[in-house]
Design a protein around this ligand. Structure first.
Ligand code: FNR
Length: 354
């Protein structure tokens, strides 16, 4: 794999993908203000290295929701990997397992969770709580049985964001032969029924999260909590982590970059819940900035799709290897022996607020 950076990989993916699929992956909602803000925030925040600290080679391994992982970089849930590559999520799962990274399987995965479990790596499962609790519960049992290690419940989608690129391109549905495999209810003999559409519901409340908490003993992370008051409310609901995320700029537009919101959320929680951050992470230095601001890990969405489009499993492996080596180098250049050494003292914070 030749790409020297995720940006190079993105350019290659763009040249290879059908333009409608590229837009589906790349696009954001409305004017794409949040989409642009996500990457901009990282560029605006400078790093101020510490020198001569003699910390040696940095260690990247860490614990995330009870999983020992090789690096603090998680694969965020993204839909429809088979649109990027014929092997779809299977290729992603194999690359993640080989790198010791967590794959968060999207509820809109085009491959069944049981097949992804065969790759042997740690899997989390992303859930949109369905108004039909019976269906949600059956799905939770299914992902538990498949060996998933945590649930990531996306709460920023009471309605689907308006993605004008897709409207313009007329992208409405998956091609024949592809569907959201985990939305096919399993019959008594394991046979799969027809796929149900994923429901987005504005009627959901904290009570629904508390119901889920009572329904499963798996760790639960809420994805898309951005307001400090909601972060505090999340503590009471018994969840185990938060993903600070604006859904890659695909839901409410003009939401600030998660990186900018992270300090206030970390303050509100005072270390009581681990925070993961996604949106615009394209470099090891980006990951380091989020870790220095208090994130336990970062997650990446689109880069995995670019990797898949360019090289299937090898492409995703390349994405993870690039970020891993960039993060190691950034930590070393900042005088850090691990993410624990990285704090806000490394950041030129006044720039983030401009
Ligand atoms: C997403 N994202 C997403 N999130 C989620 O909770 N469930 C999903 O099914 C999807 N699907 C999805 C598809 C595509 C094509 C994209 C680009 C994104 C959001 C994703 O988990 C994550 O929050 C962002 O992608 C992170 O931003 P970056 O890394 O793409 O900038």
């Amino acid at each position: 794999m030749k790409a020297l950076s995720l940006r190079e990989l993105e350019a290659t993916a763009r040249s290879l993908l059908n333009p409608r699929i590229h837009d589906l992956f790349a696009g954001g909602s409305d004017d794409e203000v949040s989409l642009r803000a996500n990457e901009d925030a990282f560029a605006r925040l400078g790093l101020i290295p510490r020198v001569l600290r003699g910390r040696g080679e940095p260690r990247l391994d860490t614990d995330l929701l009870g999983c020992r992982v090789a690096l603090p970089i998680v694969i965020a849930p993204t839909a429809f990997h088979r649109l990027a590559h014929p092997e779809g999520e299977r290729a992603t799962a194999r690359a993640a397992a080989a790198a010791g990274a967590i794959l968060t399987v999207s509820m809109a995965s085009t491959t069944a969770i049981e097949e992804l479990a065969q790759a042997g790596g740690p899997l989390w499962f992303q859930l949109y709580l369905q108004p039909d609790r019976g269906f949600t519960e059956a799905l939770v049992r299914r992902v538990e049985a498949a060996g998933c290690k945590a649930l990531v419940v996306t709460v920023d989608s009471p309605v689907f964001g308006r993605r004008e690129r897709d409207l313009r391109n007329g992208f409405t549905d998956l091609p024949p032969g592809m569907c959201c495999e985990n939305m096919r209810p399993l019959g008594p003999d394991g046979e799969r029924g027809p796929a149900r559409p994923i429901a987005f519901s504005p009627a959901l409340t904290w009570e629904d999260v508390e119901w889920l908490r009572r329904t499963t003993s798996l760790p639960i992370a809420l994805k898309g909590v951005l307001h400090p008051a909601d972060a505090k409310r999340a503590l009471e609901s018994g969840v185990d982590a938060l993903f600070v995320s604006n859904h890659g700029g695909r839901q409410l537009d003009t939401v600030p970059a998660p990186l900018e919101l992270l300090p206030a959320l970390a303050d509100a929680l005072g270390g009581r819940l681990p925070l993961l951050l996604d949106g615009g992470v394209r470099r090891g230095t980006d990951a380091l900035k989020a870790l220095a601001l208090g994130a336990r890990a970062v997650a990446i969405g689109r880069p995995v799709l670019w990797g898949l489009a360019v090289g299937g499993e090898a492409g995703v492996a390349h994405v993870l290897a690039l970020l891993r080596s960039e993060l190691e180098r950034a930590l070393t250049l900042c005088g850090c022996g691990s993410a624990d050494d990285a704090g806000p003292e490394l950041l030129h914070l006044s720039r983030l607020e401009q």
